[in-house]
Design a protein around this ligand. Structure first.
Ligand code: ADP
Ligand code: ZN
Length: 614
């Protein structure tokens, strides 16, 4: 944020600008998307709003445009410094007087922002909640004309969400202190509890709710049984050479080991977790967001909230996330630019046992545990489903997708099922006959008829179930047990070393009163084929490729010169459109999506000369 404030006035000092005109002239976009137009006109007219839109849906415009069209400064509350920085850089590229107020500023920088604010020079100010709520800051705002308050990442106000921030609770006071200033809360978290909390806790019960579809059609979903995670990950990454992506792991050890292993295999990767020294963490984050293209960031969930890098091409999970909401949020960081992106979730029996254990042994009150169980079970349901994963995910968010999506692993390679009734009975009987005191490993030995020391010690080779399960191998039984746990026929006793106990549903199956359809695990050959089958990329025809590359090189040069991420200057999609259309004049450049007046003024001549020279 070193560059001086842009001077071009972005809205008439008094009165209201036309949002369509601003969208076109300033942002270089031809049309609103989805609910954007409705939100924008509602807020320009002074209404309060709650906006629920998936990541990449275009939430920023919902508050940026009304702020630009109303008189006064728009104040955007955001919990993340990296996000503020990128948004401010992008707005300044568009010629908008934007600034941020957070703990990363030096004293003089802070005074400058205050002076600009007081003098009415700012159109948009991003602020961390704890800064905004400081008494002297609020006092200063009393004397300033405010266009609106936007509360970004509004799910932070909810304890049900995964990112609860106590400071957010105090934002409800804004309504009292600044009556008549419209407030707009935005989030990509869709579950009903969080939604309700946002309304109640921010005093937005009467705000109009704008609910968009949560579908992200450009993201491909695939879930595979975890076998050799590193090998599976490498196969997946080979299809993404030169692209940026995130690999999520549960523990910082796995993060460190995975990042090291990827580098050994020639894939550029950096670790990110909460225990790294702050300077290393922010350097790695910067490398991923700003300075390097085609980097893999291996991270715990500590990474990602508010990351608005648009060209993340893949997200892989080496461990099971805690809930369907978390999974959707984390995978949602891929493909914000709308271009094809891929996700991969590896999961196995251990993940399931461990996640259940984390809930049971966690310190949460019973009521919260109940909710956590439900959210984990929803994710497990998506992992085990044999039909379209996207339909299953969206159904959880209360949305009905009328037809299978054609862009998930189950749609692309239909999963097979088999009648597992007898196998289920054998597995359940093994648990029953050993008095429900043993875990999967021992029960599998029993079914396979393996005389381990433990089998002999407990004389389990004398049981009728000993050796009755040779039709399946160890992996096969692992899959049967896992699916029985997910469907609630077996319960893991976490107090007792993971012993498996029958539930009522399990007894019903054991007594032959219910049949069981099980998912056939993809044979490792077809799993590998799936991992290599990549979603399409940005289509740049071979004939346009040299020009496209020349434009990218120029973009890198410009970005380095200004110390901003490349995508803040232009998105790939904009460069591809230029390469295809080869505009010959500045007037023709205005027809390219992403080419607003300020970008044409700054970069138009350079682009036209590259086109002319191609
Ligand atoms: P969110 O905050 O909802 O995740 P963003 O506001 O960052 O989404 O927008 C995601 C991407 O979509 C950005 O690259 C943005 O430029 C683009 N975008 C937003 N609105 C439009 C629109 N009306 N037309 C074209 N692109 C848009
Ligand atoms: Zn599908």
């Amino acid at each position: 944020m070193d560059s001086p404030l842009p001077v071009a006035p972005t809205s008439p000092p008094h009165g209201t600008a036309n949002p369509n005109e601003v969208l076109h002239r300033l942002f270089g976009l031809s049309a609103f998307r989805g609910q954007q137009e409705a939100v924008v006109s509602h807020v320009i007219a002074g209404g309060d709003a709650i906006v629920l839109m998936p990541t990449g849906g275009g939430k920023s415009l919902c508050y940026q445009l009304p702020a630009l069209c109303r008189s006064g400064v728009g104040i955007i509350v955001s919990p993340l410094i990296a996000l503020m920085r990128d948004q401010v850089a992008a707005l300044r590229q568009l010629g908008v007087a934007a600034a941020a107020m957070n703990s990363s500023l030096t004293g003089p920088e802070r005074s400058q922002v205050r002076a600009d604010l007081r003098a009415g020079r700012l159109k948009l100010l991003y602020a961390a909640p704890e800064r905004l709520l400081m008494p002297d800051f609020l006092e200063m705002l009393d004397g300033v004309k405010i266009a609106l308050f936007a509360i970004d990442e509004a799910h932070c106000v909810s304890q049900w969400g995964h990112d609860f921030r106590p400071e957010y609770l105090e934002l409800s006071g804004l309504a009292v202190r600044f009556p008549g200033v419209p407030r707009i809360a935005l989030t990509a978290t869709a579950d009903p509890q969080t939604r309700e909390d946002i309304g109640r806790r921010l005093g937005l019960e009467d705000a109009r709710l704008f609910l968009s579809s949560f579908d992200r059609p450009n993201i491909r979903y695939a879930v595979l049984r975890k076998e050799a995670p590193l090998r599976q990950l490498l196969t997946f990454l080979r299809a993404h050479e030169g692209e940026s992506g995130i690999v999520y792991c549960l523990s910082r050890n796995t993060v460190e080991q995975t990042a090291a292993a990827l580098n050994e295999h020639g894939i550029k990767a950096l670790p990110y977790h909460a225990r790294l020294p702050p300077e290393v963490r922010s350097a790695n984050q910067d490398a991923f967001l700003t300075t390097e293209e085609g980097l893999v960031l291996v991270a715990t969930v500590a990474f990602g909230m508010g990351i608005d890098k648009p060209d993340v091409r893949f997200v892989a999970h080496l461990d099971l996330p805690s809930s369907l909401e978390a999974f959707y949020q984390e995978t949602g960081r891929a493909g914000r630019d709308g271009l094809p992106a891929e996700t991969l979730l590896l999961y196995g029996m251990q993940d399931l046992v461990m996640r259940r254990g984390m809930i049971e042994q966690g310190g949460a009150p019973a009521q919260v545990k109940q909710i956590e169980r439900g959210k984990l079970d929803a994710l497990l349901g998506v992992c085990e489903t044999v039909t379209c994963r996207r339909q299953a995910i969206l159904a959880h968010f209360g949305e009905i997708l009328p037809a299978p999506c054609g862009n998930c692993d189950n749609c692309l390679t239909p999963a097979e099922t088999w009648d597992g009734t007898v196998a289920a009975q054998k597995a359940l009987s093994a648990a029953w006959r050993t008095r429900q005191r043993f875990g999967v490993g021992h029960l599998t030995d029993l079914l396979l008829g393996i005389k381990t020391e433990k089998i002999e010690r407990f004389e389990h080779d004398q049981l009728p179930t000993f050796g009755v399960g040779t039709e399946l191998d160890r992996k096969g039984w692992g899959s049967v047990f896992r699916q029985l746990i997910v469907r609630g026929a077996l319960e893991v006793d976490h107090e007792n070393f993971g012993a498996l106990c029958l539930t009522q549903a399990g007894e019903t199956i054991l007594r032959g009163k219910e049949s069981v359809l099980l998912r056939k695990e993809a044979a490792s050959g077809s799993a590998r084929a799936l991992l290599k089958k990549k979603a399409g990329r940005l289509e740049v025809p071979a004939a346009d490729q040299p020009l496209f590359e020349a434009l990218r090189t120029e973009r890198t040069r410009l970005a380095k010169g200004q110390n901003v991420p490349a995508y803040v200057i232009f998105h790939d999609a904009t460069l591809a459109a230029i390469a295809a259309a080869r505009p010959g004049s500045e007037a023709a450049l205005t027809q390219i999506p992403g080419m607003g007046a300020s970008k044409i003024e700054r970069y138009g001549a350079a682009i036209l000369s590259i086109i002319a020279g191609a």
